[in-house]
Design a protein around this ligand. Structure first.
Ligand SMILES: [Zn+2]
Length: 306
């Protein structure tokens, strides 16, 4: 069981002190996938960085301007180009003469072909600086290092606050929910690798963009990984039992959840089926698409996750 933490104490638009170096301003864009709303983070004092400037809302922009009174913004950093994270990036960077830093572009994944932009992508996002792993930004008393964490999207980055051994983790990990891994931009194999990498970095604290912080990262990420692998075993068992299509697997595995969430669940199951195909545990016909038929590959003596 993932030790979810759903209790999150905050006030919309009011800057909240999260740590000596970090403040948060929460936008009024709460919802099924955004929890209480986007928590835009301000790092440092005097010369500051802003992480995940947030959604296209004037009230949020004005709240950020109030929170940034008297500050100089050197960098606006974006974890990934979803509209609830990146939309205000350009406006904020231009208003403060800051560098807009993020990762963008049509990504060609291992399966070949241009990756379709998923719903929720911010098509207008155009950073000044294209992030890469270990890229860093510095201010007075703070250092932010980029950590490439593909999975939720192929170009998702987290940012380590080196002075506080804290990871600003975007949508990679959330305290109140699992993250969405939706092909083709999301990739389950990459996601599991990114989770293990995050666990092994031994951060003291994770700060997601939505909802509460995670103060026991090792235990939490271990449970997150176990949840995904358990779900993958369930899916493999169903394929071996002859349930061959994503939609039918969802009917069994998600029988108890709101049907409005079934489309998202289909994408999650599809991500697992692609991963199982890549590992050679199942075979897709035709290609491993959302509507493909999946069947068990010849069983070997060893399961792929052992
Ligand atoms: Zn996202």
């Amino acid at each position: 069981m993932i030790p979810f933490r759903k209790n999150f104490v905050f006030e919309y638009e009011k800057p909240q002190v999260v740590s000596p170096l970090i403040r948060r301003v929460v936008a009024r864009n709460g919802g099924r996938f955004t929890g209480p709303g986007t928590g835009t983070l301000i790092i440092g004092h005097g010369i500051v960085a802003v992480v995940d400037p947030g959604p296209d809302r004037d009230d949020h922009f004005e709240a950020l301007q109030a929170a940034l009174a008297g500050e100089r913004v050197s960098h606006v950093l974006v974890t990934h180009q979803h509209i609830d994270h990146s939309s205000w990036g350009r406006r904020l960077a231009d208003a403060y003469g800051a560098l807009l830093c993020g990762s963008v572009g049509v990504v060609t994944d291992e399966h070949g072909g241009a990756v379709r932009e998923e719903a929720g992508d911010d098509d207008r996002f155009s950073p000044d600086v294209e992030l890469r792993d270990n890229w860093s930004a510095h201010g007075e008393n703070w250092t932010l290092s980029a950590v490439h964490t593909p999975g939720h999207t192929a170009t998702h980055y987290c940012f380590a606050v080196e002075e506080e051994n804290t990871l600003l983790c975007g949508d990679h990990i959330m305290a109140w929910s699992t993250s969405i891994v939706s092909p083709p931009h999301g990739h389950m194999g990459d996601y599991l690798t990114s989770l293990a990498r995050t666990r092994d970095a031994n951060f003291d604290r994770l700060i997601p963009t939505h909802g509460a912080d995670i103060v026991d990262p090792d235990q939490f990420i271990e449970a997150y990984i176990a949840h995904r692998l358990g779900r993958e075993r369930d899916i493999l068992d169903l394929v071996r039992a002859g349930v061959s299509q994503t939609k039918d697997i969802v009917q069994v595995l998600y029988a108890d959840i709101d049907r409005a969430l079934h489309p998202a669940a289909m994408h999650s199951v599809w991500a697992h089926l692609i991963h199982l195909t890549e590992q050679g545990s199942v075979v897709a016909s035709p290609a491993p698409g959302l509507d493909a038929h999946y069947s068990p590959a010849e069983q070997t003596s060893q399961e792929p996750w052992v």
